[in-house]
Design a protein around this ligand. Structure first.
Ligand code: SF4
Length: 303
């Protein structure tokens, strides 16, 4: 399936006993959770009082092959997508609010999570794509400890909203092969207004730099399947072209080998209509300008 060069990095962490140490450390951190920049310091073994309203066990809304992801993640059998319920952001235009805000999903154990991963691999998925993994990182590491000896061997994707702390990312280095954060805004003011995160832009810039340090440019095998690297997504918002250009420039300055996905599918969902600038979709002209700027900076626009 994979050549020796493409073996997911979590396998070596398992063989060296590092995943066990990491799981123990992460479990301890849940007694006063600072896993993400919210730093709620709540005891997740005893309550769900943190911003993400999550305890220890994962709540999963779905686990299935997904064909709408970026082509290097999909192939012919799909990306093995596991959607975790709840989120550490409060985006007013959330496109998955039933999962991320209404909390729809089923509570499972880390052992169940391992079985979901193995089932997706057995169905031929190219990777395990963990969606909103930030608050569930302990369970993901624990699941790997169960899944690796049972044969899990496909890349693991960290698909987040970009609101990730560098300290946690450093701790989990090499657990994930592919990072795929959103980069929503370049200005903290926009993060405060639209995602309830006044430091979003600063956090996302630092997180994307750290993810790039760990994973580097996106690498694909002879089938065109991604096995390591960084994919950054940016949803173009109506009337926010200046910030979109700043995001594109930031990524291009970091590396033109980053797979950059400019997305045009913004719709005024959830609470978006309460914000005048968010009441419409992005125009073709706006999106074309963003695409042209991406190409002008030497990146292949993937949107
Ligand atoms: S993971 Fe959840 S509880 Fe922990 S700091 Fe982030 S939002 Fe708060």
């Amino acid at each position: 399936m994979y050549t020796m060069d493409h073996v997911p990095s979590y396998i070596a962490l398992y063989e060296q006993g590092i995943l066990n140490e990491l799981a123990e450390k992460l479990d301890g951190m849940l007694y006063s959770c600072e896993l993400c920049p919210r730093k709620c310091r709540v005891d997740r073994h005893a309550s769900r009082d943190g911003y993400c309203r999550s305890g220890v066990d994962p709540v999963v809304s779905s686990a299935q092959p997904h064909f709408g992801e970026e082509p290097p993640l999909v192939g012919s059998r799909g990306s093995g997508t596991i959607f975790f319920t709840n989120c550490n952001l409060g985006c007013v235009f959330c496109q998955n609010y039933d999962i991320s805000h209404a909390g729809h999903g089923k509570t499972i154990s880390a052992l169940d999570l391992a079985s979901l991963m193995l089932n997706l691999q057995a169905r031929g998925c190219l990777n395990i794509n963990t969606v909103t993994p930030t608050h569930m990182i302990f369970s993901i590491v624990k699941a790997l400890i169960y899944a690796v000896p049972r044969g899990l061997s496909i890349p693991l994707v960290y698909n987040s909203g970009g609101y990730d702390s560098v300290e946690t990312l450093e701790m989990i280095e090499d657990v994930f092969d592919i990072y795929m954060p959103d980069f929503k805004y370049f200005r903290n003011g926009s993060g405060e207004k639209f995602s309830d995160a006044a430091d979003y832009a600063d956090v996302a810039r630092a997180a994307v730099r750290e993810m790039y340090r760990q994973a580097g440019d996106l690498k694909t095998d002879q089938r065109g399947a991604a096995y390591r690297g960084l994919i950054v997504r940016h949803l173009v918002l109506p009337g926010a072209m200046e910030e979109t250009i700043q995001v594109i420039d930031f990524i291009a300055d970091l590396s033109r080998g980053i797979y950059f996905n400019l997305m045009d599918q913004y719709r005024p969902e959830y609470h978006a209509r309460e914000y005048p600038s968010l009441r419409r979709r992005v125009t073709m002209d706006e999106f074309r300008r963003a695409l042209n700027h991406t190409a002008g900076r030497g990146m292949v626009p993937a949107g």
